[in-house]
Design a protein around this ligand. Structure first.
Ligand SMILES: NC(=O)C1=CN([C@@H]2O[C@H](COP(=O)(O)OP(=O)(O)OC[C@H]3O[C@@H](n4cnc5c(N)ncnc54)[C@H](O)[C@@H]3O)[C@@H](O)[C@H]2O)C=CC1
Ligand SMILES: O=C(CO)COP(=O)(O)O
Length: 341
């Protein structure tokens, strides 16, 4: 039986482990906390992250990375973006043979502006322990995947063989997996939609309704596509699952941590209060910083991202941010996309 190591037992790592177990794979899931691993092994639950869900006994929990990675050729990496580098460094020490890493995290690193696959490759350097890197992304909340609700995602890699391997590992009757060769577009779309979801939540928290949400989603997608294309992505990817698809789910779902965090900020909570009350990762906060820096570096206009950056990190009041966005000079809609198809 094929064995897969899942590194990160938060809500997404656990839900994806369930998909793999449904596909009759042997899944070894790693977490740092011993009590969490005991719960997985003894009760087949991971109640902090996925309450009311029963895990297959094909999923075993491990606290030691060495034991988790033993005899494994495929690793699913699902830790928050800020933990990617340190986790990969630790993994590398324990690997005995080359692995294909499928990552399912969504973020960009502030300062370096690296995508997650780039960070993974950088941490492996010239070691021959990394075979390929694949990203799995798309509109997919863990809560619904764990209930086997119909879900679609896309996988992408520099290697089409590796993408197809990932597609075959995950695809089933509830979880439909497409391939897309545009690695840059898939990773950028998945990361930047979190910023736009924060803004949608924020305007909802301020009492604004659906017109505003539709405006932010549409113009948000325009700025995601603008920076993505500048980085080499295909514009068509942003109309797909890791673009529009993920934007829709994250900006409209009750499950979205980014939307909920934005909502609380709109209601007047401070960033610290919001993050302390979430207990789960809100990737959009760090990604907003990275996206703002990227827009300056590449000289790409990202007005919504810049307004959120000013609210989060420069003390601009959300109401002032709205005035700033609505008071911009008049523009032509399509020219603004600046896409050369
Ligand atoms: N939850 C969801 O529905 C989805 C999440 N994602 C992405 O998956 C990634 C992980 O998110 P979730 O599982 O939802 O997060 P989570 O907040 O549910 O869990 C995060 C997990 O990472 C662990 N962790 C935190 N810091 C760590 C560190 N320094 N080293 C090692 N482990 C660490 C935590 O203990 C926890 O097990 C994020 O990038 C998120 O954007 C993507 C699609 C769906
Ligand atoms: O990426 C996601 C859904 O596709 C998860 O979004 P949140 O982190 O906002 O919950």
């Amino acid at each position: 039986m094929t064995k897969v190591a899942v590194i990160g037992a938060g809500s997404w790592g656990t839900a994806l482990a369930m998909v793999l177990a449904d596909n009759e794979l042997e899944v070894k899931i790693w977490a740092r906390r011993k009590e969490q691993i005991e719960e997985i092994n003894q009760h087949h639950t991971n109640s902090k992250y996925l309450p009311n869900v029963v895990l297959s006994d094909r999923i075993t929990g491990h606290v030691e990375l060495k034991e988790t990675l033993e005899g494994v050729k495929i690793v699913l990496l699902v830790v928050p973006t800020k933990a990617i580098r340190e986790t990969v460094t630790e993994m590398k020490k324990e690997l005995q043979a080359p692995v294909t890493i499928i990552h399912a995290s969504k973020g960009i690193e502030p300062g370096t502006h690296k995508r997650i696959s780039e960070m993974i490759e950088e941490e492996f350097g010239d070691s021959d322990l990394l075979k390929d890197v694949v990203v799995l992304s798309g509109p997919s909340h863990a809560e619904e995947v764990s209930q086997r609700q119909p879900t679609t995602v896309t996988v992408s890699s520099k290697s089409s063989t590796a993408s197809e391997l990932a597609q075959d590992l995950f695809i089933n009757q509830h979880f439909r997996v497409y391939t897309n060769p545009d690695l840059v577009g898939v990773e950028i779309g998945g990361a930047l939609k979190n910023t736009i979801a924060l803004v949608c939540g924020l305007t909802n928290g301020l009492g604004m309704g659906d017109n505003t949400k539709a405006a932010i989603m549409t113009r948000g997608l325009a700025e995601i596509a603008r920076v993505g294309v500048k980085l080499g992505a295909s514009p068509l990817t942003f109309a797909g699952l890791s673009g529009l698809g993920d934007l829709i789910v994250t900006c409209t779902s009750v499950h979205s941590r980014n939307f909920r965090a934005g909502f609380m900020i709109g209601q007047g909570k401070t960033l610290d209060e919001v993050l302390n009350s979430m207990g789960m990762v809100v990737e959009g906060i760090r990604t907003t910083k990275a996206a703002y820096e990227l827009s300056k570096k590449l000289q790409v206009e990202m007005p919504i991202t810049s307004a959120l950056y000013a609210v989060l990190f420069e003390g601009l009041k959300p109401e002032q941010a709205t005035e700033r966005l609505m008071g911009r000079v008049k523009k032509h809609e399509v020219e603004q996309l600046n896409i050369d198809i």
